[in-house]
Design a protein around this ligand. Structure first.
Ligand SMILES: [Zn+2]
Length: 519
């Protein structure tokens, strides 16, 4: 059907459009609000204060939910309003307030609050249309406008995010919108590193949608996601606001990145394994949101850890490989033993991420590596989302695609695990398991890839290496962070001549390097 020229639009539709426009404009205005409005005594709040405020808001939310579940809606309203004052940018208190107002028999106020929640990034259409607790709000005119206007709201959000990123991150950042990936990237990294990150997302998205998230193959106007590759300083500020002082304390335990689906924001301090992990969360959450499902933590973290360590083949093929995570799991298996797959699959989130998180991540990843090696990864996901209501743990789907009971699969899985090679890795700040060396010290760098250290041997200098060179590949295979560099170098013996891909400021080069024995 040809699109209808505006002039001939029926009068009532035009009136509706005008008021819809108003809603969309309001939404755009709200989307453009900076997140840290928070000021105290006229001065900007410090990251630590923002973190404390976040925690206080969480505590109030806990009490508000309690009041709500006791059906004390007046008290719940007061508490959610207090939470909304502390959390000026968040949609959660506003959405909950809308629900509370609906319960208090004030649907028009509830609808306005719902619009405020949308203006702050509540963009889950399935929940909007499916949540029974919105009640009479669905009878309001404003609600009808919101639903009819959904595509405009998504667009207003994207524009708001872009404006916000341009305002918040400057100078030294580039901000770019990508309509295929449905992301807006703000990067403080070198343009070449930024381009590598975008290509990586494209490759992961192509492969992920082809092999796993086939439900994403059709375009469905998913909300845009902000992808931030920050300076070290901005990263520290972000981590402090979000996680508090412990996030930036220990050098080896610090957080490398995160994706928040509520905020539609990915932050990563590298373009390697952390970045891939977090970007896969973006795809997985898109799938979850479209399906109206919430997959358990082992599936979330297992799938996203799977793409941390990969080999790339022709035609966009991606092969997840053994890694430092399988090393951890093998050590764990021979020392303390492992929980069963069924135990892991039924582990509550707090337990999964609280007790022995590294082992649990490694375990979940290895299960998906096992499924992938058997060619059943896509089949598992398809079966799982199909029968989500029957078995949310995923155990039944593993049994179906591998055609055995879970006890047998558990035994086979452990035997397979024992056969995996030990992978060269960085552990406790030291490089382990390498036989060969490129003859220079290599530093983790600042997120754009591993970096040649300050002192360069004569042999390496003759090969063309210089201090601060960023190592981008070995024999054409990308080395986007130190751990990837070490894993790839682990496949080589001394005496081999390799081609080392290097970026020196704006220049890309391939240097032939003869490997020496590792000390
Ligand atoms: Zn994760």
């Amino acid at each position: 059907m040809p699109s209808m020229p505006q002039r001939t639009m029926p009068v009532h539709a035009r009136r509706l459009i005008r008021s819809m426009l108003a809603a969309a404009v309001v939404a755009a205005g709200l989307f453009a609000l900076p997140p840290a409005l928070a000021q105290q005594d006229g001065r900007p709040a410090t990251p630590r204060e923002l973190h404390e405020r976040r925690q206080e808001a969480q505590e109030i939310q806990r009490r508000a939910k309690e009041a709500f579940s006791e059906r004390d809606f007046e008290r719940a309203e007061r508490l959610f309003r207090r939470q909304a004052e502390l959390d000026t940018a968040g949609f959660v208190p506003r959405y909950n307030l809308a629900v509370t107002l609906a319960s208090l028999g004030r649907p028009d106020e509830g609808a306005e609050m719902l619009a405020e929640a949308i203006g702050r990034g509540f963009l889950d259409r399935r929940q909007l249309e499916g949540d029974p607790s919105l009640g009479a709000i669905r009878e309001t005119e404003l609600y009808a406008e919101i639903v009819e206007n959904w595509d405009r709201i998504i667009e207003a959000h994207a524009e708001g995010v872009e404006q916000h990123l341009r305002r918040k991150y400057r100078p030294g950042y580039t901000v770019k919108r990508d309509d295929d990936l449905r992301i807006i990237i703000a990067s403080a990294f070198h343009p070449i590193a930024t381009e590598q990150a975008v290509e990586e997302m494209r490759r992961l998205a192509d492969w992920g949608v082809r092999e796993i998230f086939t439900d994403l193959a059709e375009d469905d106007n998913d909300p845009f996601v902000a992808v931030v590759l920050p300076t070290e300083r901005d990263f520290a500020i972000w981590a402090m606001e979000r996680y508090g002082p412990q996030a930036v304390a220990g050098e080896f335990q610090r957080i490398g990145g995160a994706y928040s689906n509520d905020e539609k924001k990915l932050v990563s301090m590298d373009i390697g394994s952390t970045f891939r992990h977090e970007f896969f969360h973006v795809l997985h959450w898109r799938s979850n949101d479209r399906l109206g499902q919430r997959h358990p933590v082992w599936i979330q973290e297992g799938l996203c850890s799977l793409v941390e360590d990969i080999d790339e083949g022709p035609g966009g093929t991606i092969t997840p490989t053994p890694s430092w995570r399988t090393n951890i799991l093998k050590r764990r298996l021979s020392a303390a033993g492992l929980p069963t797959i069924a135990e892991l699959a039924n582990m509550p989130r707090q337990h999964f991420t609280g007790r022995a998180p590294l082992a649990n991540y490694a375990h979940a990843r290895a299960i998906f590596l096992y499924l992938h090696e058997r060619g059943e990864l896509g089949a598992f996901y398809a079966d799982y989302i199909d029968r989500y209501d029957e078995d949310r743990s995923g155990v039944a789907s593993i049994e179906r695609v591998l055609d055995a009971d879970i006890e047998q699969i558990d035994r086979d899985f452990k035997n397979w695990l024992r056969t995996l090679p030990d992978v060269a890795e960085v552990r406790d700040g030291r490089i382990r398991g390498l036989q060969a060396s490129i003859g220079v010290e290599v530093d983790p760098g600042e997120g754009e890839g591993p970096v040649v250290g300050r002192s360069v041997s004569r042999q390496a200098r003759n090969a063309g290496l210089r201090p601060r060179d960023v190592i981008v590949s070995i024999d054409g295979s990308p080395t986007r962070d130190l751990s990837e560099f070490v894993r790839r170098l682990g496949d080589y013996h001394p005496g081999r001549r390799i081609s080392l891909g290097v970026r020196r400021r704006d220049e890309m080069m391939e240097l032939p390097v003869v490997l020496s024995p590792a000390r």
